[in-house]
Write a protein that binds this ligand. Structure first.
Ligand code: DUC
Ligand code: ZN
Ligand code: ZN
Length: 473
């Protein structure tokens, strides 16, 4: 099947040009002016539109068991929501259940494979570390799982001690993994949570008060020092505090191989949202901070200290006792109501995989904070480079997968659940006025989204065996 996308303006991380794109099967084969239509099966008009490389969200949690429930998007519904928002590749985290990492990955693959509607890959959580695990880690490179996530918080479940993080990073450096860090101070959180509960503070805002920003800043600094000690690359996930940006800038200035990601929720919301009657909707870890933190994260994005915009998509229903309609069927999954009397029982996480690109375009590009090129770099090209997918993904050039988003920069709409397709009963951006939206989305040359029509299919997404970590950007 040969397709020409005609007359759009191609946007890359550094450039733009008006051109046609010839797609043969799954790949881009040529880019040029007035390409011949001889032997072409399909012509797609893209005049007055922009063409962006498919978005890559490197931080999702689909079908993740948590607090006696499960995140409400699975590997089909989450992929569909991603595609409607212009994202064509996602990287999901595999929880570690014991010493057999390959078994955990194979179980996660069994869940994802039949459901996947876009391309996807995995990161491996390392939350139990011992000699057996240490011995097994290197073999993950061969199956294309080339990044490891470690935690300095969640003391009794996910946390590794610094010594073990240090050992993981040494292995990572030797074998070509990228280590990803969830940076909060687990010890301080434990104490503050106990004190808050003992004092009868059970409302959602206490989730934020008990996970202080200085703990996150200190943990980022600790991670950077471990990176310096091991010379192993480190990627800080979900950066949320202004002080973290300072630490990252300091480390990068010294030439320590560190990079960072933030997520839209940390750019727009604060602890004030958690104080609202529906504050549980904003509960995620790390928590929202203050206006000043939002602003300093924007600064980090604008000046290049932060390389990636992810989402940490991990949605739950706000009221999981009421069904919603999804593809014509009623769906009801226990959610945030589980913690109505105790903030520590509210499942941590929020929706965002479909919201990321449209919200960031309006708030970033339309409002003049970033250029369209920075937008592409942060949402597609940098993620592809950092996570071993480049140049198959993250760029529009001959030889690359034809993962393309036709973006209408003039489309104005009032955003919300109706547009986002995430399988939950709320959207954090309900009622936001947007300018610019995806109108057609292609995955390897196949149109998944055409206007408001879904053409994708469960099982059509491919598992991406990613390359070892290459270089710090
Ligand atoms: N934070 C969340 O809020 N949810 C899932 C995992 C995480 O780190
Ligand atoms: Zn995390
Ligand atoms: Zn996460």
């Amino acid at each position: 099947m040969k397709t020409i996308i005609r007359g759009g303006t191609l946007i890359s991380a550094s450039d733009e040009c008006k051109a046609d794109i010839l797609i043969d099967d799954e790949k881009i084969v040529r880019i040029g002016i007035n390409l011949s239509t001889k032997g072409i099966d399909q012509i797609v008009d893209a005049h007055e539109k922009l063409i962006l490389p498919g978005g890559i969200d490197v931080h999702t949690h689909f079908d993740l068991p948590m607090f006696n429930t499960v995140s409400s998007d699975d590997h089909y519904t989450g992929h569909k929501a991603a595609a409607f928002g212009g994202t064509t590749t996602v990287l999901d985290f595999v929880p570690q259940t014991g010493n057999d990492l390959k078994n955990d990955i194979s179980d996660w693959l069994k869940k994802s494979e039949p459901k996947a509607a876009i391309d996807y890959g995995f990161h491996m959580n390392i939350s139990i570390f011992n000699s057996e695990v240490a011995e097994q880690i290197p073999s993950l490179i061969d199956i294309g799982v080339t990044s490891l996530k470690v935690f300095t918080a969640y003391n009794s479940t996910l946390r590794l001690q610094d010594a073990d993080i240090f050992k993981v990073m040494r292995i990572a450096k030797k074998h070509g993994f990228l280590t990803m860090l969830h940076a909060e101070n687990g010890d301080i959180i434990e104490i503050l949570v106990q004190e808050a509960l003992a004092a009868g503070y059970t409302a959602p805002e206490w989730h934020a008060h008990t996970r202080p920003a200085w703990g996150a800043v200190e943990a980022v600094s600790r991670g950077i020092s471990l990176s310096a000690h091991t010379d192993a690359p480190l990627y800080i996930v979900h950066m949320n505090a202004g002080g973290e940006v300072d630490q990252l800038a300091y480390g990068r200035d010294l030439g320590i191989p560190v990079m960072g990601e933030t997520c839209p929720q940390y750019l727009f919301f604060t602890v004030e949202n958690l104080k609202q009657a529906d504050g549980a909707k904003w509960i995620c870890s790390p928590p929202m901070r203050f206006d000043e933190d939002n602003e300093r994260l924007w600064q980090g994005i604008m000046n290049g200290t932060i390389q990636v915009l992810g989402t940490d998509h991990c949605p739950f229903f706000f009221d999981g006792t009421q069904p919603i309609l999804y593809e014509g069927k009623e769906v009801m999954i226990p959610g945030k109501e589980l913690g109505k009397d105790d903030f520590t029982k509210i499942p941590n996480g929020l929706p965002g995989v479909g919201d990321r690109l449209p919200i960031f375009w309006t708030e970033g590009v339309v409002k003049g904070r970033i250029t369209p090129h920075q937008f592409v770099a942060l949402t597609s090209t940098n993620p592809a480079k950092i996570f071993g997918l480049y140049p198959q993904k993250g760029v529009i050039q001959p030889g690359s997968d034809a993962d393309l988003v036709i973006w209408d920069p003039n489309l104005k709409l009032t955003y919300g659940r109706e547009w986002s397709h995430q399988r939950t009963d709320y959207n954090l951006y309900e009622g936001w006025e947007l300018e610019g939206f995806p109108v057609k989305v292609f995955l390897r040359g196949n149109c998944l989204v055409d206007g408001r029509k879904w053409l994708g299919k469960a099982g059509n997404g491919k598992f991406m065996r990613r390359k070892p970590f290459n270089r710090v950007i």
